[in-house]
Each structure stands twice: as structure tokens, then as C-alpha cells.
Design a protein. Structure first.
Length: 151
């Protein structure tokens, strides 16, 4: 289970150190093997332990690909999916195509989302966070799925 928000840095080659608490979980769950792909609703990346990605990949492949909307979604999620190994120094190397999609430069934010992590540019994360807080402050209506959660 991945939780929390952590500000981290990436070097000019696209390497970033995975924070130890997440690195330990990724090594325990998947021997440091992860899959990184794009998020189709936000300009960020989704990071999955290999076994979790395998489950999601199968669900995606089971969808009816003759449906054009499904085909486009599969094209993006599966097409950008990249196998990455966390190295012995606890770092991962992000390919240029993924860095470009998410506008990743030096300052990043790693956000736990339960079964996965999201990787954001710090600037986009702050903007997204502030927008979400404004919606909460403005009493924007919540979807029924959230209203029925026993929190």
C-alpha cells in the first residue's frame, strides 16, 4: 500500500532516487521491477509494482478493443508502459518519452495512491492540489460514490 506525498529530485539523465519506504515496498513486492506508464486523465506518470501491473494489463487486454474509445485507451496505457528495474542504488531511470509526457524536470512529487504511485512535476502537482482544495472549499458537489463512503 502506497501512501503519502514526497518531494524528490531527478538528475539531468532522468534518474531519480526512490524514497526508502517506497523502495522497500517495491523491492518486497516485485524485486524492484516496476512498470511506469502515463495517466490519461492528468499529466503525470503511474508507477506499478510488476505483479500489480500484470493484473491491470490483463484487465485492459480483456476489454473489447473494437470499441474505438477502448482502443485509444489501450493504445496509450499499454503503449507507454515501460518496464524499469530499480538499481542497486535505489534509483530508477525514466525514459525521455515518459518525462516529456509528464513535463518532468528536476523537482518532482511522488504521491502514494494505494496500489500505485503517481509521479508529478512539482509545478503541476501544486497546481492540481490547489485546484482540488479550491473545489473542497467551494463545497463543490461530491459524486455519489464518495458520499456513500463510510469514512
Amino acid at each position: 500500500m502506497f501512501r503519502g506525498v514526497q518531494h524528490i529530485s531527478m538528475d539531468a539523465k532522468g534518474r531519480m532516487a526512490v524514497p526508502s519506504r517506497h523502495r522497500d515496498a517495491l523491492i518486497a513486492q516485485a524485486d524492484g521491477q516496476i512498470v511506469v506508464t502515463i495517466d490519461t486523465q492528468s499529466s503525470c506518470l503511474s508507477i506499478y509494482p510488476l505483479a500489480e501491473w500484470g493484473r491491470i494489463e490483463q484487465l485492459l487486454q480483456d476489454l473489447p478493443s473494437l470499441n474505438p474509445a477502448v482502443k485509444r485507451f489501450q493504445l496509450l496505457m499499454l503503449g507507454y508502459a515501460t518496464d524499469i528495474q530499480i538499481d542497486t542504488n535505489g534509483r530508477m531511470l525514466l525514459p525521455p518519452s515518459l518525462r516529456e509526457y509528464a513535463h518532468l524536470e528536476k523537482k518532482l512529487v511522488l504521491v502514494g495512491q494505494g496500489n500505485k504511485l503517481e509521479l508529478w512535476s512539482e509545478e503541476l502537482w501544486i497546481s492540481e492540489r490547489d485546484r482540488a482544495l479550491e473545489d473542497v472549499a467551494a463545497d463543490a458537489p461530491l459524486p455519489d460514490e464518495l458520499m456513500n463512503l463510510p469514512l
